[in-house]
Write a protein that binds this ligand. Structure first.
Ligand SMILES: [Cu+2]
Length: 501
């Protein structure tokens, strides 16, 4: 049976089941259903190109072009895609703390775009949110001094109401603030493509024609766009053959809506060394980690036993397993997935990693908190939600470009209490800061949440408190955003604006 026939048949069965059990909510369908599990062909690991910019009069100048093209993602078809300096996705931007970077972003798409530097502390005018929209055939210049600690960040589309579809089509990549000397001193792998690898996770759904399936229907809006084809750095079912046996994987959930519960096929332990905002004080030994959309985690994996292993996502976590539609949670999109195979049979033996103090965090236990704010993440169910465009709000208000929802003061600390009375989990992101998670319903955060973060999951019916500095930059007029990082929720209104004055 040819793959397409197999897929069609599989699809028919699945669709029938869905129709019978999930009516009246027709599920988003991908004609590649079953593809990722039925195909045996393995692909080479796709190491993204690096872009480090050109030094011009003391600044690192990055020339970034938003462009469109066609990409062979599935084996025997091409897909219309967009990307940055390439047809699909983007190079890894590498920079150093203390550098002044200048981003020259030229929009060669035939639609408005915006490009946001997720996790960066920078002036609001340089942030790349919806207020910095780039018209087609124009260039937007953003410039700032890198104040962040070395870390793995995310740059991606943040176009008003269009973020979800633009990221889905390819407008996003990884940024790395690096300090190779420091890493060498700490014994942390830091050679790009040798023992230090970006692992950018995303899921996609495809039409039978090979084009991306993206449909911002009410159902997709509610649960966020999910797909059944898992990609690492844009490639399905790939094999990483690392050059060394001790590897640093910069795990990066760049999916629109999917939550990953990650572990290795043999359940081996790994060392978590960094979260969204940079290194932990000490490595944390884990066997599993959860990443919500936009969260990153740097882990060290010891492959010196040369066993082939697979990085997997385990079903049962995330919004698709919550049975939000009245108890039926038999979604075909919530299953175990193989994400990335690791083959260390030819890898050069590394010296063992010695756990050591990595950094010392600033002591925030006695900082004066200027203000505590409540953020209520709400989804109004019912007719307005199901048949209109509204229903996604923070504190009862949907995103309005003309409304500044909160005013904060520069160089202060705030506690935000994130409440989620809704039926879904929401990953909450604040621009221009790296925060600490204080507690979840009064209890300690997860073991992978003890470092600096810019995105945190607020589970259904949960309250999470975070503490953060508002940063040095003041601007009365241009706001930053805070929002749910399920991009369809963000586009549907679960976003607010704050200024720092
Ligand atoms: Cu959400």
């Amino acid at each position: 049976m040819k793959r397409r026939d197999f897929l069609r048949q599989g699809l028919g069965i699945t669709s029938g089941l869905m129709a019978a059990t999930q009516a009246p909510f027709a599920f988003a369908k991908s004609d590649a259903s079953g593809f990722s599990n039925s195909i045996s062909q393995r692909n080479d690991f796709n190491l993204p190109a690096i872009e480090e910019g050109q030094t011009v009069r003391g600044k690192q100048v990055f020339k970034l072009t938003l462009q469109q093209g066609q990409t062979r993602i599935l084996a025997d078809t091409t897909t219309e895609t967009i990307g940055i300096n390439q047809n699909f996705l983007a190079p890894v931007l590498r920079m150093k703390k203390g550098q002044t970077v200048k981003m020259e972003v030229t929009n060669k798409l035939d639609e408005i775009a915006a490009l946001h530097w997720h996790g960066m502390v920078l002036p609001a005018t340089e942030d790349g949110g919806p207020h910095q929209a780039i018209e087609p055939n124009t260039t937007w210049i953003a410039e700032w001094k890198v104040l962040n600690e070395p870390s793995t960040l995310f740059y991606h589309s943040h176009t008003h109401n269009q973020t979800g579809q633009q990221v889905w089509r390819g407008l996003g990549g990884q940024m790395q603030i690096v300090d190779e000397d420091r890493d060498a001193d700490l014994g942390i792998p830091h050679q790009y493509g040798i023992d230090d690898y970006p692992v950018i996770l995303m899921d996609r759904a495809f039409e039978e024609t090979g084009e991306f399936y993206y449909n911002n229907s009410r159902m997709d809006k509610m649960q966020g766009m999910h797909g059944d084809v898992m990609l690492v750095n844009g490639v399905p079912n790939s094999v990483l053959k690392p050059k060394k046996t001790l590897v640093r994987l910069r795990l990066h959930n760049a999916s629109n809506a999917r939550f990953y519960h990650l572990e290795f096929s043999d359940n081996r332990p790994f060392q978590l060394i960094a979260t969204d905002g940079g290194l932990l004080e000490k490595p944390t030994k884990l066997r599993q980690i959860r990443l919500a959309p936009a969260e990153r985690a740097e882990i060290l994996v010891d492959l010196s036993d040369r066993k082939p292993i697979t990085l997997k996502s385990i079903k049962g976590y995330g919004n698709l397993s919550r049975g939000m539609m009245g108890g039926n949670n038999a979604s075909h999109l919530d299953q175990d997935f193989d994400l990335l195979h690791l083959d260390s049979s030819q890898s050069e033996q590394s010296s063992a990693f010695k756990r050591t103090q990595l950094v010392t965090f600033p002591d925030w236990s006695k900082v004066q908190v200027a203000k505590t704010r409540l953020m209520k993440l709400e989804m109004q169910m019912g007719p307005r939600m199901m048949f209109g465009s509204g229903g996604f709000t923070i504190n009862g208000q949907a995103m309005d470009m003309n409304v500044i929802n909160e005013v904060t003061h520069a160089n202060t600390f705030e506690i935000w209490e994130l409440q989620n009375p809704s039926t879904m989990h929401h990953p909450f992101h604040i621009h221009n800061t790296q925060f600490r998670v204080l507690d979840r319903d009064g209890k300690a955060p997860y073991p992978w949440e003890h470092g600096f973060k810019d995105t945190v999951t607020v589970h259904s019916k949960e309250t999470v408190r975070i503490l953060f500095p508002t940063g040095p930059y003041k601007n009365n007029n241009t706001p930053y955003m805070y929002h749910c990082h399920i991009l369809e929720h963000e586009d549907a209104g679960m976003m607010g604006q704050f200024t720092v004055v």
